[in-house]
Design a protein around this ligand. Structure first.
Ligand SMILES: NC(=O)c1ccc[n+]([C@@H]2O[C@H](COP(=O)([O-])OP(=O)(O)OC[C@H]3O[C@@H](n4cnc5c(N)ncnc54)[C@H](OP(=O)(O)O)[C@@H]3O)[C@@H](O)[C@H]2O)c1
Length: 279
């Protein structure tokens, strides 16, 4: 674990955000946002592929006056969840996690019946479900077992709009997100009586460094243009807008959301039929 400031373990009532996938995109933006408001320390997990970004997140959290601890591991296994929560407990002390966000993205695209390289074979299916869905349960189990949830803790999974409309090569991602949605609902049932809240935040495409890495500038421009036509607001959502809304969800005012899929997609799929039938 990288200890950014070398402070002693904290049991002084500080509140922490545990963010899986802290070094890029949504997770990185959420770390920055919740460090500013409501002022959470951040324990972030990533595998080290975006080292510069990770360092920037640490800086941003510290500049907001909060503590940052980054922990490098593959977060998709139950063993990693147990070890990560143990490491978090050492620096944060018990009952200190106000927010847990599952923002890792590691999924295979392809087709289930393809005979080619994009076939979604067993290993890809298992890996995608471990990363995108099961790990949400593993980390929640580890947090509860180690008595890490602060009073009124918020647990958050992230969803996209592919539950309403489909892209032909994203069936595995959508299936894993459907599992995640059910995990969220059942964990909300199990944790609700203890005062905790478990929700799924759904939002449309946002341009993350990972997407920018994958797509050419021309493809990105096409993506932006298509979203400008789809979204009633006439533009793409930004990752900062999503992150700022997570700050809202941590607040007392959002305390009645539970087991919900919160639609923050800006109406991204409302116009699809219109775009097809009246191009
Ligand atoms: N981007 C969008 O348009 C969009 C829209 C709706 C919902 N979402 C959801 O938001 C979440 C985050 O997506 P994103 O686009 O922000 O992702 P991203 O930019 O690709 O970042 C993913 C983060 O997760 C880390 N990561 C990936 N696999 C990991 C693993 N096995 N163990 C530990 N860390 C891991 C990555 O760092 P390392 O690779 O170094 O580990 C990185 O920090 C996903 O659940 C996605 O479905 C995204």
């Amino acid at each position: 674990m990288k200890d950014s400031e070398g402070e002693p373990p904290d049991t002084q009532g500080r509140r922490w955000a545990l963010i899986l996938g802290v070094s890029s995109g949504t997770g990185a933006a959420i770390a920055h946002a919740v460090a500013k408001k409501p002022g959470l320390d951040v324990f972030g997990v990533h595998r080290g592929r975006y080292a510069d970004n990770a360092a920037q997140v640490e800086r941003q959290v510290r500049e907001a006056g909060q503590r940052a601890r980054l922990w490098q591991a593959d977060a998709s296994t139950p063993e990693a969840a147990e070890a990560g929560v143990l490491a978090l407990r050492e620096v944060a002390g018990p009952r200190s996690v106000k927010l847990f966000v599952h923002s890792i993205a590691g999924a295979s695209v392809g087709r289930f019946l393809s005979e080619g390289e994009d076939r979604l074979h067993t290993r890809r299916i298992r890996r995608t479900f471990d990363t995108m869905a099961h790990s949400f349960v593993y980390w929640t189990q580890a947090l509860v077992a180690a008595d890490m949830l602060a009073p009124g803790a918020r647990l958050l999974g992230l969803q996209n709009s592919l539950d309403q409309t489909h892209l032909s090569n994203t069936g595995l991602i959508s299936a894993s997100k459907a599992a995640l949605e059910m995990y969220v609902r059942y964990l909300a049932l199990e944790l609700g009586g203890k005062g905790h809240r478990v929700n799924l935040l759904k939002f449309g495409t946002v341009l993350t460094p990972a997407l920018k890495h994958v797509y050419s500038p021309e493809a990105l421009a096409r993506l932006e243009e298509a979203h400008a036509r789809m979204n009633p607001a006439g533009r793409m959502c930004t990752v900062e807008e999503v992150a700022d809304f997570v700050s809202v969800l941590v607040g007392d005012e959002a305390g009645w959301f539970n087991g919900a899929t919160i639609d923050y997609s800006g109406g991204m799929t409302l116009r699809l039929l219109d775009l097809v039938l009246n191009p």
